[in-house]
Design a protein around this ligand. Structure first.
Ligand code: S3P
Length: 174
């Protein structure tokens, strides 16, 4: 059985999509695409500034357009932004052309990984960070759980997660 031509890593902020995606792409000799970074490069402004100046719906539209574009390419490991799952069309498109993996972590672990982070507009209130993470995660739980391949990265090393995904890919079963 031929595996699909791409791997997509999705999941909540701070679950390790970029940290895992870059070494996984090197291992498979695939191109690594970080959707947020690519949007920032093309827009010549940060995700935060896009949210502030154009609003979240405008960011979601840029995200949507990029999903459509990337769905035409092959040999990519794509790290999505955490909200890509909010539009079911995005997941549906990626499912056709990629092995999609959802990374998951406990909110307490996510908050630690993002303590000093100031780049996520949806987690702006530092005093309430854990609470914001909990409620956003709950609101999105069904979207993330709709992805059949999921890994809880809370207690795993990056290398372990990379090897697990590589093994799923090499022995791919639909
Ligand atoms: C978002 C996650 C961020 C980024 C934007 C919105 C979200 O990406 O796309 O801040 O809605 O979960 P990361 O998951 O890479 O942090």
């Amino acid at each position: 059985m031929q595996p699909p031509p791409n791997i997509v890593l999705t999941g909540f902020m701070g679950t390790g999509k970029t940290s895992v995606g870059a070494p996984l792409a090197r291992l498979l000799d695939f191109t690594f695409v970080d959707m947020d970074r690519l949007i920032e490069t093309r827009e010549q402004r940060s995700v935060r500034r896009i949210f502030d100046e154009a609003g979240e719906p405008a960011f979601r539209m840029l995200e949507r357009r990029l999903v459509v574009e990337l769905s035409h390419n092959t040999r990519q490991v794509i790290a999505t932004g955490g909200g890509v799952v909010l539009n079911p069309d995005n997941l549906q498109d990626f499912m056709r052309v990629a092995m999609v993996v959802c990374l998951w972590s406990r909110p307490e672990v996510i908050v630690q990984r993002l303590t000093t982070d100031t780049t996520r507009p949806l987690l702006d209130r530092p005093a309430d960070k854990l609470e914001s993470i909990r409620s956003l995660l709950e609101a999105r739980r069904a979207c993330y759980e709709s992805v059949p391949r999921r890994i809880d990265t809370s207690d795993l090393t990056t290398n372990h997660v990379v090897r697990q995904i590589e093994s799923w890919y090499r022995t791919f079963q639909p």
